[in-house]
Design a protein around this ligand. Structure first.
Ligand SMILES: N[C@@H](CCC(=O)N[C@@H](CS)C(=O)NCC(=O)O)C(=O)O
Length: 214
């Protein structure tokens, strides 16, 4: 398949950034087609065919159309040349998938919406934050960080192995928003191994190239 992949979305989105990181780490030439979920009129009608739930990103490669970031990143890893972003061994791959699952199920909502949006964005816009939501989100965030910290152990990468994987790419854009909140930075500082991992991720060219424009 020779068509250049297209990713639909916006640079501020955590999930779009995850997919872009996978494309960049694999050195895949691709286009980012702008879709703004926060546009005044909502997402354009044509986009519903690509994502019936009006979320970003959506992806296209030749005749293949995908939504759901973890399906997109796994496809990108498996369909293109470049460094493998998933371990070959079933046990190690299961750990990567477990981390992605916990990030989707628990970390994203708590760390991005519950801590960053509620505690940083809303006050900036002059809105009153929901203190109870911030408190429960910080509790969930603490559990997420403790789990990730146990997983990384003494290794350089989240799944505990010697190589960057899709788990790292899934986590970093979430941490990018979480650490904009002072409480987020201080929770992260409680896990020296994760704090080092965060510095490692922040220094990657792919991470710098996908930094949101805001
Ligand atoms: N399960 C989706 C989640 C994607 C998602 O939630 N994207 C956010 C932006 S980071 C979004 O489109 N939010 C719009 C909304 O919640 O209405 C995936 O894995 O791609």
């Amino acid at each position: 398949m020779t068509d250049k992949p297209r990713l639909f979305g916006a640079d501020y989105s955590v999930y779009v950034r995850i997919a872009r990181l996978a494309l960049l780490e694999k050195n895949v030439d691709h286009a980012l087609v702008p879709v703004d979920i926060f546009a005044r009129d909502g997402v354009p009608d044509w986009y519903l065919e690509r994502h019936p739930f009006k979320r970003i990103p959506a992806f296209e490669h030749g005749a293949l159309r995908l939504s759901e970031t973890s399906a997109i990143t796994r496809y990108v890893d498996e369909a293109f040349d470049g460094p493998a972003l998933q371990p070959a061994a079933a046990t190690e791959r299961a750990i990567v998938n477990q981390i992605i699952g916990l990030l989707d199920s628990y970390a994203y909502r708590a760390m991005v919406w519950g801590v960053y949006v509620e505690g940083v964005s809303k006050p900036k816009r002059g809105e009153t934050p929901d203190a109870a939501l911030i408190a429960t989100s910080l509790e969930t965030a603490a559990t997420c960080l403790a789990t990730l910290s146990r997983s990384i152990g003494d290794a350089d990468w989240l799944a505990g192995g010697g190589r960057l994987t899709l788990a790292d790419l899934h986590a970093a854009p979430i941490l990018a928003y979480f650490t904009r909140a002072p409480e987020g930075r201080s929770l992260l500082a409680g896990h020296a191994n994760l704090a080092l991992w965060w510095e490692r991720m922040r220094g990657r060219a792919s991470f710098e190239a996908t930094r949101p424009s805001d």
